[in-house]
Design a protein around this ligand. Structure first.
Ligand SMILES: C/C(=C\CNc1ncnc2c1ncn2[C@@H]1O[C@H](COP(=O)(O)O)[C@@H](O)[C@H]1O)CO
Length: 248
C-alpha cells in the first residue's frame, strides 16, 4: 500500500500500510543521520526561526566577542548599545551567548525592550545568556545567519574575533551584492577596528579587489548615539513617517 496512491487489481501488492510501517518499525536507526533526514531538520530550523521571529518588529542585530569580560569597557558599551536601541524602539537580536552578546541583551532587557538571542549548538557547553527573553537554539550556522539578516535592519558590531568577523563580512557581501538594501553596518571601537579598515583601504582597495564605494558601507565610531542615529535614519528611509495631519 502506497499512501495516497491508489492501487487496484494487478497493481495491488499485499503488505503493510504506511501507518503500520511507521508505528511498527524497530529496525536500524542510522537513517536519522542521512542527508534527506538532515534536510528536514534544516527545513524545520527555518520554519521555527521564521515562526518565532516574524512578529519581532524592527530590530537591530548586535555582534561582538563571546569573550568580552563583564568588567571590560566594551561590555558597558554593549549594554549602552542594547539600551539605546530599545529607547529608539528597536528590538535587539544577538547570538545569545556570553560577552558582548550578553551585554547587549542585558541593556535591551533592562530597558524593557525585546531581547532576542539566536544561539548556536557548539561542541562545547554554551547556552543562552540570562538576559535573552526570546531565544532559539540553532543547529546550523547558515540557518541562524539567515535569521540575523532577515529579521534585522542593520548591524552594530562590537570588537570580536572570528565569529564576529564572519558575521560582519557576510553582511558586507550581502550589501555589496545588493541582496540587502538600506542596511547600515556600524563598527564600534575605532582603535580596535581601524587596522582592519586601513587594510581594506590600503591593500584590498589599492589592489582593485573592491571599489571605493564599498568602503562607505562601513561606519566606524566610538559614539553609541551616532550608531543608533544611523539605524534610526535607515528605518526612516525604509518606512518614512506619515506627514502629520495639519489642523484645518
Ligand atoms: C567562546 C565561548 C562561547 C561561545 N558561545 C557562543 N554563543 C553564541 N554565539 C556565538 C558563540 N561564539 C561565537 N558566537 C557567534 O560569533 C560571534 C562571536 O564570536 P567571536 O569569535 O567571539 O567574535 C557572536 O556575534 C555570535 O553570533 C565561551 O567563551
Amino acid at each position: 500500500m502506497a499512501g495516497p496512491v491508489i492501487e487496484r487489481r494487478g497493481q495491488v501488492h499485499e503488505g503493510s500500510t504506511t501507518d503500520q510501517r511507521l508505528l511498527d518499525s524497530r529496525g536500524a536507526t542510522d537513517w536519522v543521520h542521512t542527508d534527506p533526514w538532515r534536510v528536514l531538520r534544516i527545513q524545520a530550523e527555518f520554519v521555527e526561526g521564521f515562526g518565532a521571529l516574524a512578529e519581532t518588529g524592527p530590530a537591530i542585530a548586535v555582534f561582538g566577542s563571546a569573550r568580552t569580560p563583564v568588567d571590560h569597557p566594551f561590555y558597558a558599551i554593549g549594554e549602552e548599545v542594547g539600551r539605546k536601541l530599545v529607547e529608539a524602539d528597536f528590538a535587539v537580536i544577538t547570538g545569545g551567548g556570553p560577552g558582548a552578546m550578553e551585554a547587549a541583551n542585558k541593556g535591551a532587557c533592562e530597558a524593557g525592550g525585546a531581547s532576542v538571542g539566536l544561539g548556536i549548538e557548539l561542541p562545547f557547553e554554551s547556552g543562552l545568556n540570562q538576559w535573552v527573553d526570546k531565544g532559539i537554539n540553532f543547529r546550523y550556522f547558515f540557518a541562524r545567519k539567515t535569521m540575523f539578516v532577515k529579521y534585522s535592519q542593520g548591524f552594530v558590531v562590537l570588537p570580536g574575533g572570528l565569529g564576529t568577523l564572519d558575521e560582519l563580512f557576510e553582511a558586507l557581501t550581502l550589501v555589496q551584492t545588493r541582496k540587502v538594501t538600506s542596511f547600515p553596518i556600524v563598527l564600534i571601537g575605532t582603535s580596535y577596528w581601524s587596522g582592519l579598515v586601513g587594510w581594506l583601504r590600503e591593500t584590498v582597495l589599492a589592489e582593485g579587489k573592491i571599489n571605493a564605494a564599498d568602503l562607505d558601507m562601513l561606519v566606524l565610531t566610538d559614539d553609541v548615539d551616532e550608531a543608533v542615529s544611523l539605524m534610526v535614519a535607515a528605518r526612516e528611509d525604509r518606512w518614512p513617517s506619515p506627514e502629520p495631519e495639519r489642523p484645518e
